[in-house]
Design a protein around this ligand. Structure first.
Ligand code: FES
Length: 99
């Protein structure tokens, strides 16, 4: 069983996976690949003793031309996120603390 399901996450990272018809959207800029990569690496980092970060899909964030968009709850809204950015996103998420 995944550790991220057993332990309360310090924060949640949302990845827009919205597909818009007739315009740019996160889904047609490979956001689902970013979501999957974030989920895999977040789970691996938590299993290795790192902070627990939940990663979830999201509806449109209103920045469709700048996707994929990723929101770290309590932290940054990131644009043009690529699979190569996954470690940087998770590093930023781990700095967020709950109130
Ligand atoms: S489709 Fe992702 S922000 Fe609108």
């Amino acid at each position: 069983m995944s550790r991220t399901r057993d332990v309360k996450a310090i924060t949640t990272v949302y990845v827009c996976t919205n597909m818009r018809i007739g315009g740019n959207s996160c889904a047609n800029q490979k956001s689902k690949a970013v979501l999957k990569a974030l989920q895999v690496r977040a789970d691996a980092r938590a299993s290795a003793g790192g902070a627990v970060v939940a990663v979830r899909p999201s509806v449109c964030m209103g920045y469709c031309e700048e996707g994929p968009n990723v929101k770290i709850m309590g932290g940054e809204l990131l644009h043009n996120v690529r699979e190569d950015d996954v470690e940087r996103v998770l590093d930023a998420a781990e700095t967020v603390t709950r109130d």
